[in-house]
Design a protein around this ligand. Structure first.
Ligand SMILES: Cc1cc2nc3c(=O)[nH]c(=O)nc-3n(C[C@H](O)[C@H](O)[C@H](O)COP(=O)(O)OP(=O)(O)OC[C@H]3O[C@@H](n4cnc5c(N)ncnc54)[C@H](O)[C@@H]3O)c2cc1C
Length: 289
């Protein structure tokens, strides 16, 4: 491990001041990615800036418009033990339950998962289907951008020098809506996704017809990818197994994966279809309450 200085500012402005110094600064939330990357020499740092002492980054808040704002450093366990989060964004809560084991979940944050910007990250596709936005603070003030536009490549994102993620905002879900996330891994835990799928649906009041749907896939492209055509096709379809299967076949067409030690490209494309079908079934079940 290289030597670095450690700092833990208590305010956003102090953090931004540090990020704009001449030092090479790496942000640390839970540290479950960055510490490994520093130790293995994939990243370097003069200063490691711990954001966990900034109060805004540790809160889960419901706004007056019913949206949920999750501070960038909120650890996974806090989300899956928070009843309002489970009701608000089932797919995201599914993801937080399977990121690593419980030791990892006690530190790892959704903000860190997003900023690490791995194509296989479990929480990003759930955020995309929930229409979440990333709240960013930097020298030029605040900006808010859709999570769908956040990742630009493996390990890369739209954050500019001096900026940090302060939180993630998820709009209030409409009535009769639900979401789900599933991934496939070779072992039961402590591995990253071979492929993952997040789906979101809104049903008619009878719970029989899909009125609106969104699908996003993980680990099948350089960034999480939206299956737009499949989502559009689902609007107006009956919420049946045949529909879920057809949507899976359509969704897999946006998959453009690589072969690696976890699975072949062909296998990942197949998984994209299976996981889309299964999560649609679950999302519809949740939408019916
Ligand atoms: C044993 C093990 C198992 C794991 N299993 C999984 C898994 O199943 N699924 C999965 O998706 N991931 C997994 N991971 C990866 C990791 O745990 C997750 O990506 C986690 O969510 C990262 O969160 P963190 O708070 O620890 O991030 P950190 O390591 O603190 O930060 C990650 C990156 O984001 C940057 N960053 C953090 N916060 C901010 C911010 N507020 N603003 C700007 N940049 C920021 C950091 O500088 C760093 O580049 C695993 C890791 C380990 C070690």
């Amino acid at each position: 491990m290289i030597d670095f200085q450690y700092t833990a500012p208590a305010t956003l402005d102090e953090a931004v001041e540090n990020l704009n110094s001449n030092n090479e600064v790496q942000i640390l939330a839970g540290g479950t990615d960055i510490i490994v990357q520093l130790r293995e020499g994939h990243r370097t740092a003069d200063v490691v800036l711990d954001v966990k002492k900034i109060p805004e980054l540790r809160q889960i808040e419901t706004g007056s418009d019913g949206s949920l704002t999750i501070g960038a450093a909120v650890p996974c366990w806090q989300l899956y033990t928070d009843a309002s989060s489970a009701a608000h964004c089932g797919a995201l809560v599914d993801a937080t339950r399977i990121i690593g084991g419980w030791q990892i979940q006690s530190r790892a944050s959704v903000g860190g998962n997003l900023c690490n910007s791995s194509p296989a990250a479990d929480s990003i596709s759930p955020l995309i289907v929930s229409k979440a936005t990333a709240l960013i603070y930097g020298p030029a003030g605040t900006r808010e951008i859709p999570v769908a536009e956040f990742c630009t490549g493996p390990g890369r994102n739209i954050l500019e020098r001096g900026e940090l993620l302060t939180g993630i905002r998820i709009p209030k879900p409409p009535a009769e809506s639900g979401s789900a996330y599933q991934r496939f891994i070779p072992r039961n835990e402590m591995d990253i996704a071979v492929a993952g799928a997040a789906t979101w649906v809104r049903l008619d009041p009878a719970g029989e017809t899909i009125e609106e749907a969104r699908i996003a896939l993980a680990a099948v492209a350089p960034t999480p990818v939206i299956a737009q055509e499949a989502g559009n096709w689902l609007a107006g379809q009956p919420a049946t197994q045949e529909t879920f299967e057809r949507a899976g076949e359509l969704a897999k067409q946006v998959a453009n994966p690589i072969d690696d030690m976890r699975g072949t490209a062909e296998y990942r494309v197949h998984l994209a279809s299976v996981l889309t079908r299964r999560t649609l079934e679950k999302a519809c079940e949740r939408a019916r309450g």
